[in-house]
Design a protein around this ligand. Structure first.
Ligand code: AMP
Length: 396
């Protein structure tokens, strides 16, 4: 893998695609800077070599060009603090001003470009836009794993203008190495824990995992589609009516392949989708008419925990319940604790990005698992066996 370790950046201007899509509050304060922290080792290596850095990223999903809400200028102060030096800002990513500032960069200096998605051309993967971006640097580095599954101008297309000068950043490299470990070198028993809202989002991954895992634990909202498919009464729980056959199919496939598929046996049920709802514990296949399952129950926690405790490799994607609400966080928290314990006992644990990463961070366990991925969709697609455009662009 061609990482930035292959190059001494002395005297070079590195155009680095990072994922600085951080959450901001109403006053534009950064509420979680994990993504910025993740890119620091790459930026620091280039600066320490005596290179300069032009950072480009998206922020949010701006619809109609520039807007205050999605401006990356809100990140300048914190980035200056993290890098312990002034960070310059170009308020248009392909303007004359951006070009002038990038040309004038001296070794050790950093320039942050305004939100790439203020131009529609970014998401369209426009070649002329990519070429303009390319003029800003001598070398291209991609360290944005979170958007590696997109063939956008800055994540993939721009690479063609650097045929001999394109590299993976450290974050990208470690994301790929950890995903690879799960995909091709998993020590057995290998357990995947799938949760979250919908089966439909994760069918391809579940099918792929059936080829590899010993145990497949399914929790969260998606488990009720399985319960209903098996003839259970699920009340008003989340269900995808058009995926009932698919759920039964997956159950049969697991049997055929000798995979131990474990579904919840009980749930925390509620009479409303609210933290103030009345709650009870009920069997997963016998939920009262107007109630809904919002978390896995104590018996399911125990069964899942036992399996996790005996595993040597663990992949977890998607919460076990509506963990955002205190009343329904216990299942997700207990599973996080089981994963932490297994990790302490020598298992390798990879937490998929998005909501599972948010949950692990909410409970303060991010440092107690083997790896927390920064990629949601990107990790899923990689695990499904797809070639990520951002990765292909550097490798080809
Ligand atoms: P996903 O993005 O598919 O991983 O889904 C994550 C979301 O699923 C979170 O916001 C959870 O609140 C939600 N979720 C998990 N379990 C349930 C459930 N039993 N009913 C409704 N939503 C759920």
């Amino acid at each position: 893998m061609k990482t930035i370790d292959f190059l001494n950046f002395s005297g070079k201007r590195a155009l680095v695609r990072v994922d600085f899509n951080v959450p901001l509050d109403d006053k534009f304060n950064i509420t979680d800077d994990n993504r910025m922290q993740g890119a620091l080792p790459t930026i620091e290596k280039i600066l320490n070599d005596g290179g300069s850095v032009i950072l480009m990223s998206h922020l949010g999903r701006p619809k109609d060009g520039p807007s205050e809400k999605y401006s990356l200028k809100h990140l300048v102060k914190h980035l200056s603090f993290l890098l312990n030096r002034d960070v310059q800002f170009a308020d248009d990513c392909i303007s004359e001003d951006a070009m002038k500032k990038s040309k004038a960069l001296k070794p050790g200096e950093v320039l942050l470009l305004e939100n790439l998605r203020f131009y529609k051309e970014e998401e369209k993967g426009d070649e002329i836009f990519a070429q303009k971006l390319a003029q800003l640097g001598d070398v291209y580095v991609n360290d944005a794993f979170g958007t590696a599954h997109r063939a956008h101008a800055s994540t993939a297309i721009v690479a063609k203008f650097f045929p001999d000068a394109k590299y993976f950043g450290y974050l990208m490299a470690s994301e790929l190495a950890n995903a690879e470990k799960i995909l091709h070198h998993a020590e057995k028993p290998f357990t995947a824990i799938m949760g979250g809202a919908k089966v439909s989002d994760k069918i391809e991954l579940i099918e792929k995992l059936l080829e590899k895992v010993d145990n497949l634990i399914i929790g969260g909202g998606m488990a009720y589609t399985f319960a209903k498919a098996q003839g259970g009464r699920i009340g008003k729980s989340l269900v995808e009516e058009d995926k009932l056959d698919l759920a039964n199919n997956l159950i049969s496939k697991a049997k055929e392949k000798g995979v131990n598929l474990i579904l919840p046996v009980d749930s925390v049920i509620a009479d409303a989708f609210s933290n103030d709802a009345n709650t009870e514990i009920a069997p997963n296949n016998n939920i009262k008419e107007s109630w809904m399952g919002l978390d896995i129950g104590p018996e399911s926690i125990k069964r899942f925990g036992d399996i996790i405790g005996n595993s040597k490799t663990i992949l977890w994607n998607g919460p076990m319940g509506v963990f955002e609400m205190k009343k329904f966080e216990s299942g997700t928290k207990a599973i996080a604790e089981a994963v932490v314990k297994a990790t302490k006992n020598g298992a390798f644990s990879l937490i998929g990005g998005g909501d599972s990463a948010a949950a692990v961070s909410k409970f303060g366990f991010s440092d107690d698992v083997s790896y927390v991925s920064t990629g949601g969709g990107a990790l899923l697609e990689y695990m499904e066996g797809k070639e990520l455009p951002g990765v292909k662009a550097i490798n080809s």
